[in-house]
Design a protein around this ligand. Structure first.
Ligand code: XMP
Length: 330
């Protein structure tokens, strides 16, 4: 890893978030000329929120943050993002509700990389429409971090997945790109966020893929499947939070496997969906181990998911490390 940085080392040593912030602000002010404006693509995750707050400090009123809600976030998340960023950035925060538009674009699509590409392209179209309506903007800021760069193949590793960030936007819109967190791994980004006064809910937010639940629904994405997965995922999250494990686990979520299995519900044979639960321990998402969750917790999550969601007949737990698996299922 570059300069020997790992999340473990990130918490020690001489690197200081306040110093990073000072230097980043100076750098941003050097780059962005007086009177020039910057648009930031906000996903509500840690990385892009840190970028938005950093830019807020550096250039204030010349920042506009656009949050494209593709309708495939976790339950309650779009509202949380809007509340936090709406308050902090006031008139400089724009939310686009585009769930229906994304679902329409994804109709009939089952191939994972195709889903990513469609979501990326739709995102660019929407973002472009909005950004152009905002007038003269020179720069696009995004929350690319070190592991995105490495996993996308810009480093030494082969490209693994077509990551959906806002790749392609700068060229299309004639923006110049700003990526202030490009050299940091997650641990340092979190420390920068803390120093910038981000609330705990965002600081603790686990990494979430740009294409959202679309890559956790195997096969075609529909509104019904998104709603089902959001419910199962919310139950799993609640149960993990309940036992105080949320912060110890790198990522945990539910997957709608697309497999159907037979079961018994209310004394009758029931043919329903199989939900997989995934919880992984990692330092940087490049490798991961499956979390040894307490059996009681898994049992409660399974009981609640099958009882509270009529369409689900079974719950399974994924015990695959990365490698050979990946963290996401698609
Ligand atoms: P995998 O599944 O490749 O994931 O082990 C590694 C990390 O990347 C996240 N991920 C994505 N992030 N767009 C993103 O922005 C994507 O298409 C994407 N696919 C995976 C994943 O959640 C994990 O943190």
């Amino acid at each position: 890893m570059e300069d020997g940085e790992t999340n473990m080392l990130e918490n020690g040593g001489s690197w200081r978030p306040d110093q990073f912030i000072e230097e980043a602000i100076a750098g941003l002010n050097d780059t962005v000329g007086a009177g020039e404006r910057v648009v930031c693509a906000l996903s509500g995750g840690l990385d892009s929120t840190v970028v938005a707050f950093l830019l807020d400090r550096a250039i204030g009123e010349r920042l506009v943050a656009i949050f494209v809600d593709h309708g495939m976030l976790r339950a309650g998340e779009a509202a949380e993002v809007s509340e936090l960023c709406g308050q902090r950035l006031r008139g400089r925060f724009v939310r686009i509700d585009a769930g229906e538009r994304f679902l329409k674009a994804l109709r009939g699509v089952t191939e994972p990389e195709q889903k990513r590409k469609i979501i990326g392209a739709e995102f660019i179209k929407l973002f472009k429409e909005e950004a152009l309506s905002l007038g003269d903007i020179a720069y696009l800021a995004q929350g690319t971090i070190r592991s995105d760069v490495v996993e996308s193949g810009a480093g030494t590793k082969a490209a693994i997945k077509a990551h959906h960030n806002v790749g392609g936007l700068p060229e299309e819109l004639g923006f110049k790109l700003i990526e202030p967190l490009r050299d940091l791994y997650k641990g340092r980004v979190r420390r920068v966020g803390e120093a910038l006064g981000l609330p705990a809910a965002i600081l603790r937010r686990q990494p979430f893929p740009g294409p959202g639940l679309a890559v956790r629904i195997i096969g075609e994405v529909t509104a019904e499947k998104v709603a089902l997965l959001q419910s199962a995922d919310a139950i799993f999250r609640e149960e993990i939070a309940e036992v105080g494990l949320a912060e110890e686990i790198w990522q945990f979520f539910a997957v709608l496997t697309g497999v159907r299995a037979v079961g018994m519900k209310e004394g009758a044979r029931h043919y329903g969906e199989v939900v997989a639960l995934r919880a992984v321990i990692s330092e940087d998402a490049m490798t991961a181990g499956w979390a040894r969750l307490p059996f009681d917790l898994l049992q409660r999550a399974s009981e609640r998911i099958t009882a509270e969601i009529a369409a689900v007949s079974r719950v399974v737990y994924d015990i695959t490390a990365k490698p050979p698996g990946t963290i996401e299922w698609e």
